[in-house]
Design a protein around this ligand. Structure first.
Ligand code: F6R
Length: 241
């Protein structure tokens, strides 16, 4: 794992953007694995600004998002579909028909997403990390060989998500989601994990220095050949080395 520690969230976002820009500069038709949540918002802002200022184009790219809530409509203001359009897609030139976000909750819906990814190799997978070490919505205990599946969200994840989204209303946060599995994430050519703030420090320490265990889903990344963690000083504060 390549751990890059920078001062604060702004610096994390700039550093993560540098990784993304290199990928899309070197490969015009790059396949982007994307995440939602607060962590990548700064990266996405940088991508939008760079698209405006320098014309970096995503016209030949395609994207696959990690996850989506179950039980809310795509057009719901808090759906991940809406999040991605608001925070990234409306500001770049990625064609609408190249955008993939999982949807639904049945076995067939999950198989459909697997099928869409079948002949695709993700060039860079953006990840945030949960305070409990989840990646995507692969909560602690998820097998490392998992593929797209329906998940019951842990109470801690529901609380985290209510703090930042859903206007703080915990009762409005869906209790289930569909998520790519850990095996899907591990197949990406490059993984770019973004973390900032003290609340992520334990998870980052366990991911980097702890044993590889399904109790900490992100620890699977220890086996990834090209995994970059961009973290701020607070998120890195429990790292021993
Ligand atoms: C979002 C996702 C989640 C988040 C994680 C961290 O698509 O897959 O794993 O990355 O919950 O969320 P934030 O960035 O809001 O702290």
């Amino acid at each position: 794992m390549n751990v890059i520690v920078v001062k604060d969230y702004d610096a994390v976002s700039k550093e993560a953007f540098a990784v993304m820009k290199e990928v899309v500069t070197n490969k015009k038709d790059a396949v982007l694995g994307l995440a939602t949540g607060s962590s990548p918002i700064g990266l996405y802002k940088n991508m939008i600004q760079d698209h405006k200022d320098n014309g970096t184009s995503y016209a030949q790219c395609q994207s696959f998002n990690l996850d989506e809530y179950v039980g809310i409509d795509r057009n719901h203001p808090e759906s991940y579909w809406t999040f991605m359009h608001e925070n990234l897609f409306k500001g770049i030139d990625l064609p609408e028909d190249k955008i993939h976000v999982p949807y639904g909750s049945t076995k067939e819906d999950c198989e459909g997403y697997e099928k869409a990814m079948e002949n695709v190799s993700v060039d860079v997978q953006v990840l945030g990390i949960g305070g409990n070490g989840h990646i995507g919505f692969n909560e602690p205990g998820t097998p490392f060989d998992s593929v797209t599946h329906k998940v019951d969200l842990k109470q801690s994840t529901i609380e985290d998500n209510a703090r930042l989204f859903f206007n703080g209303k915990i009762e409005d946060v869906p209790t289930q989601a569909v998520s790519m599995g850990i095996a899907n994430i591990m197949k990406a050519k490059k993984v770019l994990l973004i973390a900032s703030g003290e609340g992520k420090a334990k998870a980052i320490q366990a991911t980097v220095e702890g044993p590889k265990t399904t109790d900490v889903p992100a620890s699977a990344l220890q086996d990834h050949p090209d995994c970059i963690l961009v973290v701020d000083e607070a998120a890195a504060s429990l790292l021993k080395k």
